[in-house]
Design a binder for this molecule. Structure first.
Ligand SMILES: Cc1cc2nc3c(=O)[nH]c(=O)nc-3n(C[C@H](O)[C@H](O)[C@H](O)COP(=O)(O)OP(=O)(O)OC[C@H]3O[C@@H](n4cnc5c(N)ncnc54)[C@H](O)[C@@H]3O)c2cc1C
Length: 375
């Protein structure tokens, strides 16, 4: 082992911080360059979920196995209420946690600030307000998304409602996406997550707020607005010489629903270990085995989801709301399958993401979607 080797990392999000932890645990020295003045500045304390359905193994166990402690506040959720386009709600349950609710940002207990604590206790040097433009000796790039394939807009607010997770699927609330309301210990996040028609984001958000407030009868106390974007793509390689790309910077994010934290943490940790050992091919092997098959499956799911529309959503919700364990259902839906890989190849043969190609009429520099006239 190359003891004491310095590994430089660009970006202090979940991927960069987990990479640093792995470097130190493998016996090296890690230095992170973060362009903002603290970690988690892309977020504002909003709730997100670490998915726990793609594998039978619990995600927290998997993280522990790569050296990441769950020292951040996390609440397991085994139940979610899903509203269809007709406004009817159906409850879905799972025996094991479906996801772990966490907060993003620099506040106490948030994922980002807690991972920062872990790295600092290991002696990692985080250089804030600095970006690394070149890594001549190699390094790890974890700088997050570089374009918008999906966006989320929402509000954080205080509430007296009980803990709960609610999702609404409707083209009127979130085209090709979903609206959600997450409540935990007196705080809530409401958002519309769009995969199309980004320019009308505010109308979709206001409709989602109206929908959930009518359904559940609550008022938003001290609402604060937030928004963000995400990108996903499956690279041919996540390596440029000795520079490894991890997390969203490599495009590793669930293309069906936009869950990216788990793959950011896992690919970050693997990139950190491989860099420290000076074996970049080890990282290539890892993500191709662990991330790529799930990505292809989720990408085919997205291809299908994009074609459902309101009638399709209603049909799917009716068909699958028969008391089956929702975690088991999602595990099957995300499981890598030969036909899904085949379909992925067919829809990506010319290297363009056929779901998200530039459409005529959109001239903006950040998204790939045109503006729709919504009624
Ligand atoms: C509103 C919203 C809701 C989401 N909800 C969920 C959810 O519920 N579950 C889920 O799993 N995922 C969710 N995601 C996706 C998830 O947040 C990301 O997949 C995850 O944060 C990716 O981690 P990362 O470390 O790759 O990138 P990031 O978290 O984006 O971190 C990148 C870091 O790099 C820094 N940086 C950028 N450029 C430079 C540079 N040039 N030099 C130095 N530093 C730089 C940034 O400031 C940032 O700190 C959501 C995303 C959004 C926007």
């Amino acid at each position: 082992m190359d003891s004491g080797r310095l590994v430089e990392i660009a970006g202090a999000g979940p991927a960069g911080l987990s990479a640093a932890i792995a470097v130190v645990k493998a016996g090296g020295i890690a230095r992170i360059y973060e362009r903002r003045r603290d970690v988690g500045m892309r977020f504002h304390g909003d709730f997100q979920g670490i998915e726990n359905w793609t594998t039978e193994t619990d995600v927290l166990e998997e993280l522990e196995s790569v050296g990441i402690q769950a020292n951040f506040e996390h609440t397991p959720f085994n139940e979610v209420t899903c509203f269809g386009p007709d406004g009817r709600g159906k409850q879905f349950h799972s025996k094991k946690p479906l996801f772990y609710l966490i907060q993003r940002g620099r506040g106490e207990g948030c994922l980002d600030s807690s991972l920062k604590k872990q790295t600092l206790s290991l002696g990692v040097d985080i250089c804030f307000e600095s970006s690394a433009k070149r890594f001549p000796q190699g390094g790890i790039v974890t700088m997050g998304p570089h374009r918008a394939d999906a966006i989320a807009v929402g509000y954080l607010f205080k509430t007296e409602m009980e803990n709960g997770a609610y999702v609404a699927i409707s083209e009127q609330l979130a085209p090709k996406g979903y609206a959600y309301l997450l409540i935990c210990n007196g705080q809530a996040t409401i958002a519309s997550c769009l995969f199309d028609d980004f320019h009308n984001e505010h109308q979709y958000l206001e409709r989602s707020v109206e929908f959930f407030t009518n359904k559940l009868g609550f008022k938003m106390n001290k609402p604060r607005h937030f928004g963000g974007n995400g990108n996903f793509s499956l690279p041919k390689t996540a390596r440029k010489g000795n520079i490894l790309y991890a997390g969203e910077a490599a495009g590793f994010q669930d293309p069906l629903f936009g869950f990216g934290i788990r793959s950011a943490l896992l690919t970050g940790a693997s990139a950190g270990r491989a860099s420290m050992l000076n074996q970049p091919e080890m990282y290539e092997h890892y993500w191709k085995q662990r991330v790529r098959p799930f990505y292809r499956s989720a990408s085919t799911n997205r291809w299908l989801y994009n074609r459902l529309g309101n009638k399709g959503y209603t049909f799917v919700l009716k068909r699958y709301s028969n008391g089956r364990d929702v975690r088991e259902f999602l595990q099957r839906a995300y499981a890598p399958k030969l036909w899904k890989s085949g379909w992925y190849y067919l829809t990506h043969w010319n290297k363009r993401d056929s779901l998200l190609t530039l459409r005529e009429g959109c001239t903006c520099t950040w998204c790939k979607h045109k503006r729709k006239n919504i009624s």
